[in-house]
Design a protein around this ligand. Sequence first.
Ligand code: 3PG
Length: 395
Amino acid sequence: YRTIDALDAHGKRVLLRADLNVPVRDGLITDRTRIERLCPTIAELANDGARVIVCSHFDRPKGRRVPEMSLKPLQEALAAALRRPVAWADDCIGPEAEAAVAALQDGEILLLENTRFHAGEEKNDPAMAAALARLADAYVNDAFSAAHRAHASTEGVAHLLPSFAGRLMEAELKALDAALGNPARPVVAIVGGAKVSTKLDLLGNLMKKVDVLVIGGAMANTFLAAQGHPVGKSLQEAEMHDTAREILAGAQAAGCEILLPVDLVVAEEFRANAATRTVRADAVPEGWMALDVGPKSEEAIEQRLRGASTLVWNGPLGAFEIPPFDTATVAVAQIVAALTQSGALKSIGGGGDTVSALRHAEVIDRMTYVSSAGGAFLEWLEGKTLPGVAALTNK
Ligand code: 3PG
């Protein structure tokens, strides 16, 4: 793929696909990471004299104009983060968008309304892609986190204009390559979260690529139960036991060590500061549930990390939202941060809950890279080709 280093932006109309699908609660943006990470690309293009036309989806309006899903509030947020004015167009294609683009001067920035207000976006309708392409002379994709969607603004339009990866896209792709594409070995992966069933492809791909696969979170209960251990009333997927055994056998055949918890922190109820006990992983008492991995498991993970050069982390080790079940996740995150800062470990994390867990552990700034992507990061861990990235690469 070409980065914006190869784009002579001066005087050009540049369509920049961003991911401004930020979390909002009660009308307020609760996390500005995606906005902040987008700013360097916008600023660089504007400084180079481009007319920067920013487009993005927001939420899932399903092809209709849903006022609560307007990108309008992002105009001010973006202007504040950039410390420059940002103009607005009430539509992302058609006469209104075209007029707003025509009014732009070199170095100015325009934000377009939600691309998903048009059904053609998610259908990757060639007419929608053509209408977007008409707005610009070049296309820059900075939305790695939406690259798993083959939509008109993430995929279709890339075939119609000279296309480039923005700085955020470039940073994500470099970090991912350092994690699994071409990693320094040994590689450890930590995979947690609730369900084995949602991470089958991910586990299948990782066991072929990493040296040690640490399994935590509630999905570890399914593996322990599949090995015949009592799991009390722990969350687990009884219908996944055969699959779990197949994964264990597959990993062994692939030469990948699977590290399951050796001890667990259990409680009778999932609530803050519930009375807990630490038990062996093969001895969860009847009526109790596992909510975190225990100190011996933490030690085993630490030992693997000390011997590793690269870490890929997806999913918390315990029910970290409610203390004290955040203990192992926070402790391991602290070790990861220290090893990263000492230069011994390259650490890459991402996907859904992982970012909240790492933020909770206050290590985001001390890891090598934390992806801003949710679903796209997971699909990439599954080894899938992301259409938004492929469209940039195959040019
Ligand atoms: C995300 O938040 O993961 C991306 O913006 C993609 O959103 P989507 O799942 O609605 O396509």
